[in-house]
Write a protein that binds this ligand. Sequence first.
Ligand SMILES: NC(=O)c1ccc[n+]([C@@H]2O[C@H](COP(=O)([O-])OP(=O)(O)OC[C@H]3O[C@@H](n4cnc5c(N)ncnc54)[C@H](OP(=O)(O)O)[C@@H]3O)[C@@H](O)[C@H]2O)c1
Length: 362
Amino acid sequence: MTNRLPLTVAVVGATGVVGGTMIRVLEERDFPVGELRPLASARSVGRTMPFRGARIEVAEATPEAFDGVDLAFFSAGGGTSRELAPVAVARGATVIDNSSAWRMEPGVPLVVSQVNPDDLAGHEGIIANPNCSTMQLVPVLMALRDSVGLERVIVDTYQSVSGTGAKAIAELEGQVRAHVAGEPKAASVYPHPIAFNALPEIDVFQDDGYTREEWKIAVESRKILHLPDLRVSSTAVRIPVFVSHSEAVHVETRRPITPDRARELFCGVPGVTVQDDPAGHVYPLATHAAGRDDVFVGRVRQDPSVPDGRGLAFWVVSDNLRKGAALNAVELAEILIERDWLRAASRRTPATIGSGAGEGHA
Ligand SMILES: NC(=O)c1ccc[n+]([C@@H]2O[C@H](COP(=O)([O-])OP(=O)(O)OC[C@H]3O[C@@H](n4cnc5c(N)ncnc54)[C@H](OP(=O)(O)O)[C@@H]3O)[C@@H](O)[C@H]2O)c1
C-alpha cells in the first residue's frame, strides 16, 4: 500500500449523532488519522469533540476547511453535501457521503462494504453511503441473490428516532417525560407525537403515495445488488425506539429455498449474525443490536403464500448509526486504503485503476 498515511480526515456534521458515532468508530478501529478536523455549522464553532483522549475544536465547514484533507466523511444533510462535497473533491479530498444527495447519481458508487466493494474502483471523488434501512437489508438479500435468485422483496420497517437525528432523540425523551408528568406531548420534529405511537411517514410523500424513504429502499437496493429489475415494495414506519432499525422482510426467490438453508447462507455473510431460536425467545432485538456492529437476522420461516417453496419471511435488525451509517462509511474508507483507491480514479496512474496496487496519494 502506497497511500501516504496517516491521513488528514474531516468529519462534516461532527456534532450530529452520525458524526459523533463516526469519530468514535474511527477511534475504535484505529483508523490511520493523522489530523482530525471536526466540522459543522457556524453554530458549533468553539465546541469540542472527544478523540483519542483529547478534545478537538469544531470548525465551520467552509471551502478552506478542506485544504489538505485526504478524506472527508459528510453527515450534515443533503444540502450541505450538494454544496460542499464537490468543493472538498476539487481541493483534493475523497468524500464518503451519508446523505441522500449523491446516491442515485450515475457514476457515483453506492456501496455496502460486504456487498459491492468492487464498485469503489472507479470513483471520481464522491462515494455514497446508502440509507440506513437499505444498508442492513442488502447483505442478507445478497446471500439469497447469489444462491437462489431474487424476484421480489417486501420490506416493512420499524425505524428508530436516532435515524432522524439529535432533535428527534430529544423529542421522544421529552414526550416520554411529559407523559409521565401528565403533561401534553409537544411535537415539532414529527407531525404527530412519536412516544407510544407508530408513524407511517418517513421523509416526504411522493405522487405515487409512497414516501421518499420507501422509494430509497427500492432504488438503492437495486443499485447496490446490481438487480435493476428487482421488484420491491415497502412501508417505512417510525417507532419510539432510540437506536436500531428493525425490518420485517418477505422475499420471493427464483428457485426454492428452505429456512435452514437460508440460515446457513446468512451465517456465511461477513457482519451478519443469525439469532433464531423462537422456542427460547431468541430473535434480533433493537436493544441488543444498539451499539453493536453486526446485522442480526432471525424469525426465518417459509412464506406459504408463495408457491413451490420460493417464499421466505424473516426479521432483520441493526444499529442505524453504526452499520447503518458511520461503520459502513469507515469500512469503505478502509477498503479504499487497502486497495489503494483513495484517490479518484482519474487521478491514479493507469496501471492502478481497479488494480488495487499503484502509486501513492499525493
Ligand atoms: N441518523 C441516521 O441514522 C442516519 C443514517 C444514515 C444517514 N444519515 C444522514 O446523515 C446526516 C446527518 O444526520 P444526523 O442524524 O447525524 O443529524 P443531526 O444529529 O441532526 O446532525 C446534523 C449535523 O449536521 C450539521 N449541519 C447542519 N447544517 C449544516 C451546515 N449548513 N453546514 C455544516 N454542518 C451542518 C450539524 O451541525 P450543527 O450542530 O452546527 O447544527 C450537525 O453536526 C443526514 O444527511 C442524514 O440523512 C443519518
